[in-house]
Ligand binder design. Sequence first.
Ligand code: DGL
Length: 272
Amino acid sequence: MAERPQVKPPIGVFDSGVGGLSILQALRAELPHENFIYVADSGFAPYGERDQGFVLARARAITRQLLRQPELAIQALVIACNTATAAAIQQLRQDHPELPIIGVEPALRPAITLSQTGRIGVMATRGTLDSRKFKALLDGLAPLAHFICQPCDGLADAIERNDTARINALSMQYTRAMGRFGSEPGDVDTLVLGCTHYPFASQILQAQVGPRVHLVDTGEPVARQTRRMLTSPSLESRPGECRLFSTGDPATLQVAAKRWLGLDIQAQRLPG
Ligand code: DGL
């Protein structure tokens, strides 16, 4: 009897919703021969204004599901969410010491390199900005630049719902609150998108802060880090495959993946 070809275990990627697709996009570009499973925890989104215990419990539940079911079993996990990384990465690494786990955090270091004025805006969820992990990062870098941290309640949710009017209004409100943008001394010249949903609002944000302001996200560095952490990278020459799951409405994820990544595949429901 002919042996079935071994299927390469996928890399698991999850976020509270569709935002982590911005990380999946970078991962697919960096690792085109790997298979991916993307989970949008939309049934429990948004994470950003919830307490850390809730987000930790969700991250643990999703990781267990991705490891337990043989047809989903993953070789590595990317937490494509700043809020969940801050709340859960330490615990997940303790829970699963054998699994390479890669997280995301607001790109403060790259922003320092880009900024000329030394004034850097940081947009993120309240959960990320209030976390111990983020505070430690900020404390370490505070002497090198002036960071203006702006919690952006509701913005990830508006992006999740593709509600352009609300994205516009909230982006305007939050960028205004950070002060003057531009390239003159005293201006904020670099804006960190510290939530994986925000790159999908980057056109609106760029129009609001002006063309000279750098917008910085974390997709590419996370994808490079994932490549470094893989213990047995794919040797396949054909393109890898993606599977999409949602604990909420799969149609929302499917439409977002098509709109933003050009991925034309059916999303499935994953029981929460
Ligand atoms: N995309 C997530 C992040 O990077 C959080 C969005 C949310 O659920 O509030 O933080």
